[in-house]
Design a protein. Sequence first.
Length: 110
Amino acid sequence: MMAVFRILEARARPGCADRVAELLVGQNDQVVASAPGALFSQALRSGDQVLAVSSWASLEDMQRYLAQEVTRDFYRALPELLMGMPTVRTYEEIRPGSRGSAWGPSGGAP
């Protein structure tokens, strides 16, 4: 099983960065921290830019977290505080020999 990382990047509307930061920290501390399969979560800020990173034991664990009503409420609260939509990316850990990895024995160099 490979770890899955979810990265959310966003820019707060003028005057909203503190509120966005509060929402991210609250979500991390109250929801992600107790979610089954959650390995790590961190909220970061640089001026009006925010970044939330979480790591999950499996894609299924992350999907269960995303399906919770409290998580949907969190995502519904964000748009009015952000400039545009947040960018969300999901990455799987690369391990030697893993399927789909260019680094495995059957793959070539990148």
